[in-house]
Design a binder for this molecule. Structure first.
Ligand SMILES: NC(=O)C1=CN([C@@H]2O[C@H](COP(=O)(O)OP(=O)(O)OC[C@H]3O[C@@H](n4cnc5c(N)ncnc54)[C@H](OP(=O)(O)O)[C@@H]3O)[C@@H](O)[C@H]2O)C=CC1
Ligand SMILES: CC[C@](O)(C(C)=O)C(=O)O
Ligand SMILES: [Mg+2]
Ligand SMILES: [Mg+2]
Length: 344
């Protein structure tokens, strides 16, 4: 097995005494900022005026325009949406970067696809958590962490690797395991994972299962419990003990069904489609299409997003989750955010 680094492997604390600017205060931004602050580091937030500007201030941070935060920082972590990064980088980050500072990303997209070209006198690396920002924060507060990958693109100080590892430790990633990679590997595996398995593949599997059951006349509530609610409970077992532990906990009937019917649904044809998805990521086609979609203000993204929100599984899900007080809070928070987004 390759070396997976844990807290005990991080000897030097290169972040101590450095000013860290977190640019963006969304999913990853709030988590990195709060975890680093709780780990004892000096954090400032760089943002435009808006929703998360106020949130960061309420959370007790000094919040500055991006150019001001960058100009005072030794470490600049770019946690803006990938599609917004090139413009903000060009206008507010690059002109204000200190020589010898570190420019850091949580995903390699813009460096790998050549949308951001940093100057030669700064370190450039990534620390990419392998999990959603809200879970990066939640697990940190529970004394746990989310694993992360790190990669070095440019090392002018000779200390980029140790700085990256100190950063990974500061956000709690070394509690779970940190792995060295390249910008290419991080970018391509991350895009593949979210498209084919974690987000695209899973949403499509759940929705299609729901449609097959409801179209056959079964109650939508029963279908929701079966294919969406229980998904988390099954995946939790995989998270804790892999496929074998999940199969140990389910009935033998379910396990036999898993063996004989799973490959009828996800089969060689699906594998071929997954290979096509990967090929589009590797060739840059996916990135090019996404950049163009943003240049014309996301007509397809918005249309699909609106249609997906209207899917019957979303309506029955809202009603059923409202009956479960233990998942009430995240639901309310999410709805507030969705309302806010709809207003903007
Ligand atoms: N989401 C995740 O869990 C993961 C994300 N990543 C990577 O982390 C990075 C950040 O993604 P994510 O956390 O999802 O981003 P979000 O969309 O959650 O957050 C965006 C933040 O950037 C701010 N912002 C947006 N546009 C601008 C702008 N033009 N100028 C200044 N601030 C701006 C937003 O402020 P406002 O409120 O004003 O809009 C908000 O604070 C990406 O590179 C992503 O690939 C990596 C691993 C997982
Ligand atoms: C799975 C989606 C992700 O890659 C992530 C949370 O890790 C993202 O880009 O949000
Ligand atoms: Mg990811
Ligand atoms: Mg991603």
């Amino acid at each position: 097995m390759v070396k997976v680094l844990l807290e005990k492997d991080i000897q030097r604390d290169l972040l101590q005494g450095k000013k860290i600017a977190i640019i963006g205060y969304g999913s990853q931004g709030h988590a990195h900022a709060q975890n680093l602050r709780d780990s004892g580091y000096d954090v400032v937030i760089g943002l435009r005026k808006g929703k998360s500007f106020e949130k960061a201030k309420e959370d007790g941070f000094t919040v500055l325009p991006v150019r001001e935060a960058v100009s005072m920082a030794d470490v600049v972590m770019v946690l803006l949406p990938d599609e917004s990064q090139p413009k903000v980088y060009e206008e507010s980050i690059e002109p204000n970067l200190k020589s010898g500072a570190a420019l850091v990303f949580a995903h390699g997209f813009n460096i790998h696809y050549g949308q951001v070209r940093p100057p030669a006198d700064v370190d450039v690396f990534l620390v990419a958590p392998k999990g959603p920002g809200h879970i990066v924060r939640r697990t940190y507060t529970e004394g746990a962490g989310v694993p992360a990958l790190y990669a070095i693109h440019q090392d002018v100080t000779g200390e980029a690797k140790e700085l990256a590892l100190s950063y990974a430790k500061g956000i709690g990633a070394t509690r779970a395991g940190v792995l060295e990679t390249t910008f290419k590997e991080e970018t391509e595996t991350d895009l593949f994972g979210e498209q084919a398995v974690l987000c695209g593949g899973l949403s499509q599997l759940v929705k299609t299962g729901f449609e097959v059951l409801t179209e056959a006349g079964y109650q939508p509530e029963a279908a929701y419990f079966e294919v969406l609610h229980e998904m988390k409970l099954i995946v939790d077992l995989m998270y804790e003990g892999g496929l074998s532990y999940m199969r140990y906990s389910i009935s033998d009937t379910a396990q036999w069904g898993d063996f004989v019917s799973g490959p009828r649904v996800i089969n060689n044809e699906t594998k071929e489609r997954m290979k096509e998805v990967l090929a589009d990521i590797q060739s840059g086609k996916f990135a090019k299409d996404w950049i163009l979609e943003n240049q014309v203000n996301r007509p397809q993204f918005n249309a699909i997003n609106n249609r997906e929100k209207e899917h019957p599984i979303e309506k029955v899900g809202r009603e059923l989750r409202a009956l479960m007080p233990f998942i009430q809070k995240p639901e309310q928070e999410k709805e507030q955010e969705v309302k806010q987004l709809t207003k903007n």
